[in-house]
Design a protein around this ligand. Structure first.
Ligand SMILES: [Zn+2]
Length: 461
């Protein structure tokens, strides 16, 4: 299939997938595995698979999650003889016996093998957290054990994993270990905000790291600390590394957002990862406008910790217009970041402000960070957007730990969110516009499906 054909077929295929999701919300796990193929912009920079792996596969994968009738399953089981499969993760305190007991393996010879065999004993050496799957017969005798964990430190450790197998053949246990490549897999997730972003991402099976990433990518348009509303929705395509089809859980990045859309108070914001011809990757909206702006909307990173703190305003002056700033309640010690590049103009104490840092961004624009418990910069120092300049505290006139934040133009106070939304942003280079448009077109369908998933999730409550 040529990519031009692909482009014309994709929307129909995704529309079909969307109808399927809407019809069968219960039969789906929180993720649908994508065979989104033929496009160059994958977040990990791993070469995309060819277009031939694409459309039919998507439909099949989506539909195969519908469970078989129980009678069919039992019949199949009877045909195969009874095999039991279990999986778990190794713990620091594990011995061969405790691990096998947890996996319901009742087999003294297998325990002895795990202790003595030079290859198999590696399962319980080194780091815990190895993922283990076993199959046994009805009596609990080990038939096969497969463990997957990080590849040995070195050039391959970020891209490969170790697969350790113990198999019983002709009554004898044999071990083997090999190093195999992890594969990047694209998945969909969607949700509706009922109480908090993290509650919604939990329900969608999205990790905290990915949820924070989503919030950060959109942080020039949405201040997630202040602006989130019940009924807001998100949909995303993300890429995660897999070992034999299972999402990798050990010390590698937990995935990256490939494309996302967020509807906040009825306004739709989008972000698409795109690599230009120089190989430089960045997030853009559907119109090709860069997501990186000169200013971030919030001086605090969005995390489970900071999001759990309800906004508390100054008791007397409870609007930024009246008290000239925005207050963020957050635990003492939470890092404070500068919202744009600049130079430290003031770093020290001022009466009501306590420990305060003022950053001059250009001739007219300045930002102020007050009540800090700690200051990490000096006057005259150059700072970059996102750099930590201190930590949240309660110095000066503060009833509890919070950050007081101001944005000024020529000394006049402004709403920081409007400043961030309106600040300068680059667009996709003219030479890459056609490629970007094709990419944007191809993610439209999957994002719509993800959104349908998010809606059906909230309806089924
Ligand atoms: Zn304040």
């Amino acid at each position: 299939m040529k990519s031009s054909d692909l482009q014309s077929v994709l929307p129909q295929a995704w529309a079909r997938a969307g109808q399927f999701v809407a019809k069968h919300p219960r039969s789906l796990s929180s993720v649908v595995i994508l065979g989104l193929a033929g496009f160059g912009a994958t977040a990990f920079g791993i070469a995309p698979r060819g277009p031939e792996a694409s459309l039919l596969a998507q439909t099949l994968i989506t539909e195969s999650v519908e469970p078989m009738g129980i009678d069919v399953q039992l019949e199949r089981l009877a045909e195969q003889g009874l095999s039991l499969y279990r999986s778990d993760v190794t713990r620091t305190s594990d011995t061969a016996d405790s691990l096998l007991r947890r996996l319901n393996v009742d087999d003294a010879s297998a325990a002895a093998f795990l202790r003595q065999d030079p290859v198999a004993r590696k399962l319980l050496e080194g780091r815990s957290g190895k993922s283990v799957q076993v199959s046994t017969d009805a009596a609990g005798t080990l038939v096969e054990l497969v463990a997957r964990y990080a590849a040995p430190a070195g050039a391959q450790s970020g891209s490969h994993f170790t697969r350790l197998s113990v198999v019983r053949r002709d009554g004898k246990l044999r071990s083997s270990a090999e190093v195999a490549p992890m594969l990047a897999q694209q998945r969909l997730a969607g949700g509706t905000i009922q109480t908090s972003l993290f509650a919604a991402t939990d329900e969608a099976g999205v990790s905290d790291a990915l949820a924070s990433q989503l919030a950060e990518i959109l942080s020039t348009d949405i201040d997630f600390h202040r602006e989130l509303r019940k009924g807001d929705t998100f949909s995303m395509i993300y890429e995660t590394l897999t070992a034999d089809g299972e999402a990798v859980t050990w010390g590698v990045p937990s995935g990256r957002v490939v494309a996302a859309e967020f509807v906040n108070k009825g306004r739709r914001f989008s972000a698409l990862w795109f690599k230009d011809e120089q190989g430089k990757g960045a997030y853009y909206d559907f119109n090709g406008k860069s997501r990186s702006h000169s200013f971030l909307a919030s001086p605090l990173e969005f995390s489970r910790t900071t999001s759990g703190f309800a906004m508390r305003m100054h008791p007397i002056l409870n609007q930024w217009k009246q008290h000239n700033g925005v207050d963020y309640a957050a635990p003492r010690g939470t890092p404070v970041r500068v919202v744009g590049d600049g130079v430290v103009e003031f770093a020290g104490q001022q009466n009501g402000y306590g420990n305060i840092v003022q950053i001059k961004h250009d001739k007219d624009r300045a930002t102020v960070y007050a009540h800090l418990s700690r200051i990490d910069v000096e006057v005259g120092q150059r700072v970059e957007q996102g750099q930590h300049i201190g930590a949240v505290g309660a110095t000066g006139w503060a009833t509890g730990p919070h950050l007081h934040f101001e944005f000024k133009i020529g000394g006049v106070h402004q709403d920081p969110l409007l400043m961030a939304q309106g600040s300068e942003a680059a667009t996709v280079a003219p030479a890459a516009k056609a490629q970007f448009a094709q990419w944007a077109h191809s993610v439209r369908g999957p994002l719509d499906v993800a959104q349908t998933m998010g809606r059906s999730g909230s309806h089924s409550e």
